[in-house]
Design a protein around this ligand. Structure first.
Ligand code: NAD
Length: 256
């Protein structure tokens, strides 16, 4: 029986993953804007601090796994603040609790959108840890009519943060695998409005082609998150695992 902390637990992929882990007999502390054990707004420094404080209070300072699912896909700087800065704060803030856990593991959710061309100004500012500059770069992209790049840039930046961070003393050196799952299109409240509109659905399917099994249900992504966060995963770290029905292979072709 393990103790997991999972952000974005009230909806979609996070909710399905929490349900699966509970079905497997584990304890899950969910965090979200509402409807979970911990209420925290990961877009703000205060909310990020609240997450770690509440996690300390609700555990004895030990967590066995952290799964960072919380995310947004609006054409707004807020998307970057949640998807990148919120995820980094979740993982860095809870790392000391993982270091005290058993077979600790961490997983975040990137996206196949990370392989779409990102906005370099957004990505560079995010990776430099400069939230104000990253927000300004996102706003500049929106003002140029390129608001669609904010989401992909946030997921690209978090994937690169993961690659750099996983191999450091704090993570690999402390015995904590850190990985990402990059889903294709999953049918959740995030995508329902897009998929419910025939014209938008065509745009989504053109940018995320899924020759294997088409759109996924959140329950079909949860097992991979659960496995990466389990003691069975001893040597997978710093990886972005595409659970995308073949979208990455289609978009990036013959690369290894
Ligand atoms: P969802 O909207 O169903 O769930 C996201 C959850 O994150 C919600 O419960 C929401 O309240 C929470 N959240 C948003 N902003 C927050 C904040 N400021 N603080 C705390 N919690 C916040 O969406 P989903 O599709 O389940 O998405 C889960 C993750 O998967 C996201 O990171 C998303 O980017 C990623 N993803 C989704 C898809 C897809 O097609 N649905 C594809 C690739 C990646």
């Amino acid at each position: 029986r393990r103790t997991y902390l999972l952000t974005g637990a009230a909806s979609g992929i996070g909710r399905a993953t929490a349900a699966r882990l509970r079905d497997d007999g584990h304890t899950v502390l969910g965090a979200d804007l509402q409807g979970a054990e911990i209420t925290a707004d990961l877009a703000t420094p205060a909310g990020r601090a609240e997450l770690t404080e509440r996690a300390h209070e609700l555990t004895d300072g030990r967590l066995d796994a952290v799964i960072a699912c919380a995310g947004l896909a609006h054409f707004r700087p807020l998307t970057l603040q949640v998807n990148y800065f919120g995820a980094v704060a979740t993982l860095e803030g809870l790392r000391p609790l993982l270091a005290a856990g058993s077979d600790p593991r961490a997983v975040l959710v990137s996206s196949v959108a990370a392989v779409h061309p990102p906005d370099p100004a957004i990505v560079d500012a995010a990776l430099a840890g400069d939230e104000d500059a990253a927000v300004a770069a996102a706003q500049a992209a929106i003002d140029r009519g390129e608001g669609h790049t904010v989401y992909g840039s946030s997921k690209h930046a978090i994937a690169r943060w993961l690659r750099r961070t996983a191999i450091t003393d704090d993570w690999a050196g402390a015995g904590i695998p850190l990985n990402a799952v990059a889903p294709g299109t999953v049918v959740t409240p995030m995508t329902a409005p897009l998929l419910g509109d025939a014209a938008m659905r065509e745009v989504v399917d053109a940018s995320v082609p899924m020759p294997l099994h088409g759109h996924a249900r959140p329950e079909q992504i949860a097992p991979l998150l659960a496995w990466l966060a389990s003691p069975d995963n001893t040597h997978v770290t710093g990886q972005i695992l595409f659970a995308d029905g073949g979208a990455d292979a289609t978009l990036r072709g013959d690369t290894a």
